[in-house]
Design a protein around this ligand. Sequence first.
Ligand SMILES: [Zn+2]
Length: 201
Amino acid sequence: MEWEWLTGQVARLPAAEAPLSADVGLVQTDGMLWIYDVGASPAAADAINGLPGKKTVVLSHFHPDHMGNLEQVDCEAFYGGVFTCKKAGGGTAVSRELFLPEGVHLFPLPSVHAKGCIGMEYGEYAFLGDALYPAVKAGQAVYNVSLLAQQLQVLKGLRAEWFLVSHGKPFAQSRDAVISRLEKLYAQRVPGQTYLPAELN
Ligand SMILES: [Zn+2]
């Protein structure tokens, strides 16, 4: 598997099917390689372990295609949401935003897709994992109205111009386009409504 470089410091390993394995993000700072999700395929584990240098892992959420390789990957430490760390039996739980000295910004991202999603922002890029996706209830894709409001607030506070979406087509999506799409959806809510129907994307 080949790393695809977005800049000299930011790269990703594309998602794959069979076994389902999410995109792996990479931010290279002076002293550390920040790995955002570890995927679930042997090829992804090999690609991560093949990078020379100290590594810290950040898990976007607890789904197996994102964290399946955790035990296979050599890393100094890992971060995740409170629920993800509970599932993983360790790690540093991110319960509020964290500005790390290397310029890496970790933040909780409310999402109906999974409990305890974490994003990772670096410069012009913000890795968001699956957090933008709706949930599926009784065959219908839906967003939870109050989680969507909270998510929009977090997204609007980011400085990154590009949102990096796991399994996304495309992977890099313009921040303005994503925010306006979600705002349009949010504007369709009616009082008392818990879930907003959405397109599966
Ligand atoms: Zn997921």
